[in-house]
Ligand binder design. Structure first.
Ligand code: KG4
Ligand code: ZN
Length: 378
């Protein structure tokens, strides 16, 4: 069965709930907004509180790695059920750690896509139910927009416009970012995403799940010059990527040495060097093509230390600057969802009227928030 791209379930408007006075509070355009973010797109339950006046107040994360480890990858049904089990306790802890009350929030932001359908459902139901109970806005957040904005959680964040390299388990994209919701896709992967290639190669090398960090760790013990792989699609113009052939080349090299365990670290190092070089070459090209100096790197693969240092070196050679989220905000987390929700709420976005989740949701479908009268709390 084809996986659905858009799922609509039912409409719940906070304003339908009787007895709540703050639902239609008018936005004065100046005061700070405080948003609870809930992330459940895959195998991590993240909850965070972000206040546009005070910054990040608290964030909690529960990783499902231990649960999926024995299956060698994420089992979607188990992921969905675990999100349901975790989010209430995480929310309580988050609110307590922030030393505030749950009634002190202006909105609940939840990840509406892209991601695993069941996992997205869990978070959407959780987020909308909580928003309804509190009589506040429920904001549907795009997971990749949240990744892209995550460097702005840090001090000294970049101004628009900038180039963003989005590298996660499902995406490898180069995007020109001109503002909130103003995204121009410059390059995309034609097959596997970089994170996906890390995961699949790690599995074939017997490194297990989660593949990216395990392969990166093995690569640190290896010699990247023993197995030198091509840098895919760098010898032709353009900003698209392809990592499927590289993955096959690494697996073929492993077969040719009769799956010698002693070769694993060297193959991992050769594979990682190829991915890092390829991403760097394309980022340099994108900065030069767009005549921009600021590069943002976000998504799970952005936590790869070799990639971060190579991009740092490349941007400084161009007299530019690299912006990365701290390591824990590269991989999935609630802070980026709370932040993206807060940015959109403050820019005038109103509550999503329907519970819509989009397992496949192109970033280029995003638009800047539309400012409506009384848009803040309805
Ligand atoms: O952003 P993310 O946490 O989830 C998605 O939105 O997909 O990214 C997960 C991806 C996985 O493919 C994982 O293997 C990869 O990021 N990853 C890494 C590293 N840490 C996570 N890849 C390379 N090196 C790492 N250190
Ligand atoms: Zn992600």
């Amino acid at each position: 069965m084809l996986s659905p791209t858009i799922i609509r379930v039912y409409a719940v408007q906070a304003s339908n709930r009787p007895g709540k006075s703050n639902v239609n509070r008018k936005y004065d355009g100046k005061s700070a907004v405080r948003v609870l973010g809930i992330e459940t797109s895959c195998d991590e339950t993240g909850v965070a509180l972000y206040d546009t006046g005070q910054g990040l107040l608290a964030h909690m994360l529960h990783s499902q790695v231990k649960i999926h480890e024995s299956y060698g990858g994420v089992v979607p049904e188990i992921a969905s059920r675990d999100h349901i089990r975790r989010w209430v306790a995480l929310t309580r802890e988050c609110v307590a750690q922030a030393n505030t009350g749950i009634d002190q929030i202006d909105a609940v932001a939840y990840t509406a896509g892209p991601g695993l359908a069941g996992a997205l459902f869990s978070g959407a139901v959780a987020g909308r139910t909580l928003a309804w109970a509190l009589g506040v806005s429920a904001l549907a957040v795009h997971h990749m927009e949240a990744h892209l904005l995550a460097p702005m959680l840090e001090a000294g964040s970049p101004d628009f416009p900038f180039i963003c390299l989005l590298v996660s388990g499902g995406h490898t994209q180069l995007v020109r970012v001109d503002g909130l919701g103003v995204y121009h896709l410059l390059g995309d992967t034609l097959d596997d995403a970089a994170g996906e290639a890390f995961d699949k190669t790690a599995k074939m090398l017997g490194l297990g799940y989660p593949g990216g960090p395990k392969l990166a760790k093995a690569a640190e013990q290896g010699n990247p010059e023993k197995f030198v792989f091509a840098r895919p699609m760098t010898n032709r113009p353009g900003l698209d990527f392809s990592f499927s052939g590289l993955k096959t080349a690494a697996i073929t090299a492993f077969t040719e040495v009769n799956q010698d365990p002693l070769a694993v670290n060297d193959i991992a190092a050769g594979f990682q060097a190829s991915v890092v070089d390829t991403l760097c070459i394309k980022c340099r090209r994108a900065l030069q093509q767009e005549k921009l100096h600021h590069l943002v790197v976000a998504g799970g693969v952005a936590s790869n230390t070799r990639l971060r240092s190579a991009l740092e070196k490349m941007t400084s050679e161009l007299n530019g600057e690299l912006f990365c989220p701290r390591l824990e905000f590269c991989t999935d987390n609630g802070a980026m969802i709370a932040f993206a929700g807060a940015m959109r709420l403050q820019a005038g976005e109103s509550s999503a009227t329907e519970m819509v989740i989009r397992p496949r949701w192109p970033l280029t479908d995003m638009h800047p928030p539309v400012k409506t009268v009384e848009s803040r709390f309805n």
